[in-house]
Design a protein around this ligand. Structure first.
Ligand code: ADE
Length: 228
C-alpha cells in the first residue's frame, strides 16, 4: 500500500480525481481517500500545512492503513540556481532546518533521540521519480530538501539554510514525513516542484506558480506510482 501526502488541496486534487474505487475515512480530522491509482492500491490525504500535521498524517497512514511506501508531493521554494520555477526537487534526504539544540552543544538540525540530521530517503524511489520527471520533460535535481514551520521569503533565511545543510529546496512538511518514515522503517520520497525563489525577491512567484507547480508534482507522482 502506497501513501501519498500533500499539504494543500491543490497538491492532491488531481490525484484524487484520478482514483478508482475511492472511499474516504476521516481520522484526526484528516480525510484519507483509499482506492486505486494506475491499478495500485493507494491512500491519498491532504495533511494541512506544517510539520505537525504532516507527522500526524504519515503516522496515521502507517498505523491505520498499513502503508509501506510514502510519497510527499507538492511545491517548494528553490535554494539553488540549478532549480528555477516549475523545475523539480527530489529528495535524497530531508532535514528539519528549524530543529536547533545548538545552545546545549548539538549540531544545528540534529534530531535528538535518533541522533540524525539528514533523514535518508529511498534511493530507489528517488531514481524512479527522476525518470518520471524526465518523461514529462521537466528539469530536476536530487538533493537534500529542508523543512521547517516557516515560509522562507528572505535572503538571510535562505542563505542560512543553504550554508547549514546544502539543501536544494525548502518547504514545510517533507522532513516531518521523513522523520516518521525513519522511525517506522518505511521507504519515502519527497517530490516538490518549485513555486518561488524563497527570498522575497519575486514576491509574486508563489501565487502565480503554485497551481502549475503543484499539478506538475502530482503528475510526476502519478507516473512514479505506475512504476511501483
Ligand atoms: N512552499 C513553497 N514555497 C515555500 C517557501 N518559500 N518556504 C516554505 N515552504 C514553501
Amino acid at each position: 500500500m502506497i501513501g501519498i501526502i500533500g499539504a494543500m488541496a491543490v497538491e492532491v486534487e488531481a490525484l484524487k480525481s484520478k482514483m478508482q474505487n475511492a472511499s474516504a475515512k476521516t481520522v484526526s480530522n484528516i480525510e484519507f481517500t483509499c482506492g486505486l491509482l494506475s491499478g495500485k492500491e493507494v491512500v491519498v490525504a491532504q495533511c494541512g500545512i506544517g510539520k505537525v500535521f504532516a507527522a500526524i498524517c504519515a503516522q496515521t497512514m502507517i498505523l491505520e492503513f498499513g502503508i509501506d511506501t510514502l510519497i510527499n508531493t507538492g511545491v517548494a521554494g528553490t535554494l539553488t540556481k540549478e532549480l528555477s520555477v516549475c523545475d523539480v526537487a527530489i529528495s535524497c534526504c530531508t532535514v528539519q532546518h528549524d530543529m536547533d539544540t545548538s545552545p546545549i552543544g548539538d549540531p544545528v538540525g540534529l534530531i535528538s533521540g535518533i541522533n540524525v540530521i539528514k533523514l535518508p530517503a529511498s534511493e530507489k524511489l528517488a531514481k524512479l521519480a527522476e525518470e518520471s520527471v524526465r518523461e514529462v520533460g521537466l528539469n530536476c535535481k536530487i538533493g537534500c530538501i529542508a523543512s521547517g514551520d516557516q515560509f522562507i521569503a528572505a535572503k538571510e533565511q535562505k542563505e542560512k539554510i543553504i550554508s547549514c545543510f546544502g539543501a536544494i529546496a525548502c518547504e514545510m512538511e517533507g522532513a516531518a514525513i521523513g522523520h516518521v518514515a525513519y522511525v517506522n522503517k518505511v521507504d519515502y520520497v519527497v517530490i516538490r516542484a518549485i513555486s518561488d525563489s524563497a527570498d522575497g525577491e519575486a514576491e509574486m512567484d508563489y501565487p502565480t506558480f503554485v497551481k502549475k507547480a503543484a499539478e506538475s508534482s502530482a503528475k510526476i507522482t502519478l507516473s512514479l506510482v505506475s512504476k511501483l
